[in-house]
Design a protein around this ligand. Structure first.
Ligand SMILES: Nc1nc2c(ncn2[C@@H]2O[C@H](COP(=O)(O)OP(=O)(O)O)[C@@H](O)[C@H]2O)c(=O)[nH]1
Ligand SMILES: [Mg+2]
Length: 279
């Protein structure tokens, strides 16, 4: 099932009723294939994105959803990686999170992901359409007071420009990987924090921004990459996701979380698994 519009993924906006459970068969197929990789110790998908866009939370959420759909996860004793208080086991053997900017480990992680790896299958690039908060309250205050990033509009503008820079770096890494014959087969853009832009207009605006064939500066970077590596060699898609529900507060302004029910969240997660299965 392919959707023309992001707003059509969520049951709340749907005109033609379909159920997310239609995805089950393809999801199961993907999961079995993925587990076969895990059993031979291959991490064949990497998760990238700026810090605080929600990579770790997303991993934990998707892991929870995959369990919830009662696919069998093997009990793994070795190689377990913790995200928060969750033991993710086989999940993190499949999908590895590389830290965002400003982390010393990032450079090593990026190089390992793209150069060392024998068969890197896919790249998940997490974005948040500018809704990145500052974890550290002191840093947050410096942004607001000193840098005059005193409104959510300004914060988003800054975040989106940082995101473009980071995404360019990642795309260059992908180009290099192609040059040495270790190219990933697909690139998935995950627009996380969809709960902060969950109305029909905003969802579709975000979709336009992140669309591989769009006209935004983000789309342009994808198009430039595809031009260089060949469109047929790298499948590319983007989709919305909500890993966690939380309002964003910034200098007395607030964007409310509004996902309108658990089934909307689940539908987005299902769509994610479905996309991966079909790459
Ligand atoms: N509103 C909202 N906030 C989110 C979502 N996912 C993550 N967050 C927030 O983003 C923060 C950073 O997430 P984290 O996974 O640590 O980011 P990472 O640095 O990319 O690994 C979390 O503490 C959450 O508050 C989401 O889907 N919606
Ligand atoms: Mg993290």
């Amino acid at each position: 099932m392919e959707f023309e519009k992001w707003s059509d993924i969520a049951p709340s906006f749907i005109r033609v009723p379909i159920t997310a459970y239609k995805y089950r068969t393809t999801i199961q197929k993907w999961w079995k294939k993925a587990l076969a990789y895990a059993n031979v110790g291959n991490t064949n998908v990497v998760v990238l994105g700026r810090s605080n866009v929600g990579k770790s939370v997303m991993m934990a959420y998707l892991y929870g959803e995959s369990n919830d759909m009662s696919w069998k996860l093997p009990k793994e004793a070795s190689n377990e990686v913790e995200v928060g208080t969750l033991t993710l086991g086989a999940w993190t053997k499949l999908i590895r999170v590389i830290p965002g900017q400003g982390f010393a480990k990032r450079f090593k992680g990026l190089n390992e992901a793209f150069n060392k790896h024998e068969n890197l299958e896919g790249v998940i690039y997490v974005v948040d359409w500018g809704y990145t908060d500052q974890r550290d309250p002191v840093a947050k205050n410096i942004y607001i007071e000193d840098d005059k990033i005193d409104s959510i509009d300004k914060l988003r503008e800054l975040n989106l420009s940082e995101e473009l820079k980071d995404f360019r770096t990642v795309c260059n890494k992908i180009k290099e990987a192609f040059a040495i014959g270790k190219a990933p087969k697909w690139l998935l853009i995950v627009a996380n924090k969809a709960d902060l832009f969950f109305d029909e207009n905003k969802l579709n605006e975000a979709q336009n921004y992140y669309h591989p064939k769009g006209k935004s500066p983000f789309s342009k970077i994808i198009q430039e990459l595809l031009e260089q590596v060949g469109e047929q060699n790298l499948k590319c898609a983007s989709l919305p996701l909500c890993s966690y529900e939380k309002s964003l507060e910034w200098n007395k302004e607030k964007v409310e979380t509004k996902i309108k029910g658990e089934e909307n969240r689940k539908a987005l997660a299902m769509y994610f698994f479905h996309k991966i299965a079909n790459f």
